[in-house]
Write a protein that binds this ligand. Structure first.
Ligand SMILES: Cc1cc2nc3c(=O)[nH]c(=O)nc-3n(C[C@H](O)[C@H](O)[C@H](O)COP(=O)(O)O)c2cc1C
Length: 205
């Protein structure tokens, strides 16, 4: 038996709970921006993915109009910082709804460092940072999808093995449903099958 859920017949918040509990695990973009008057902002966004490879473009969605979105619209720049397990509580601290004008870097005591190609600061302890310029935005209902062209990526050498970022060293956090967060465990390796090597459905092999 399967249970049906019709978004048209549910309160938006109830369907939101279903969506966020089932589109899982979601990677988290820890987005840093700079306001036009120079206040450094930092907030996690788990509606986050890759939009294109050539050019390299990432996307995240702001549900509602928040400082992150306003700063990007005003300055055209942001940085996606990686969220490692050890920064669990610091990341959550930066999701607090501090008043406009308060820097989450300062309020949550997050060490920053300058970026190479953009004005927003990077999180010093994040093992990866993607420095982005605004490509475009798409407004959908209460959400705004922000597309950012990656101008520069920086990766800590401690997470690289033969020049490649390794999952065991990155130890990313993800967002699950409710207030749940995920960690990576039980990584499995499986190469894609080329058509010429196809030997029938998995269940039959
Ligand atoms: C793990 C996590 C993921 C989140 N993902 C999103 C998201 O994808 N979109 C969004 O609008 N808010 C998201 N939030 C909430 C924002 O981080 C929060 O509203 C924050 O205060 C926004 O800060 P700002 O006003 O400085 O931009 C998330 C919060 C947490 C803790």
């Amino acid at each position: 038996m399967r249970v049906d859920f019709d978004p048209a017949e549910m309160a938006p918040n109830e369907f939101y709970k279903l969506l966020t509990a089932t589109v899982v695990p979601r990677p988290i973009a820890w987005v840093s921006t700079m306001s036009p008057d120079g206040t450094a902002n930092l907030a996690p966004h788990s509606f986050f993915s890759i939009a294109s490879v050539r050019p390299p473009v990432v996307l995240f969605s702001s549900v509602g109009r928040k400082d992150t979105l306003r700063n990007i619209e005003a300055t055209g720049q942001f940085v996606v910082n990686f969220t490692p397990e050890e920064l669990f509580e610091q990341i959550n601290d930066t999701a607090t709804d501090f008043p406009h004008g308060v820097s989450e870097f300062e309020a949550a005591a997050i060490e920053s460092e300058p970026s190479l190609r953009v004005k927003p600061l990077r999180v010093a302890a994040a093992p990866v940072a993607l420095e982005c310029e605004l490509h475009s935005t798409v407004r959908i209902g209460d959400g705004t999808v922000v597309f950012g062209r990656v101008l520069h990526a920086v990766v800590s050498d401690g997470v690289l093995v033969e020049g490649h970022p390794e999952i065991d060293k990155l130890r990313p956090l993800s967002r699950l449903g409710k207030n749940e967060w995920g960690t990576v465990s039980g990584v499995r390796d499986l190469a894609r099958i080329r058509h010429e090597d196809w030997q029938g459905p998995a269940a039959d092999r």
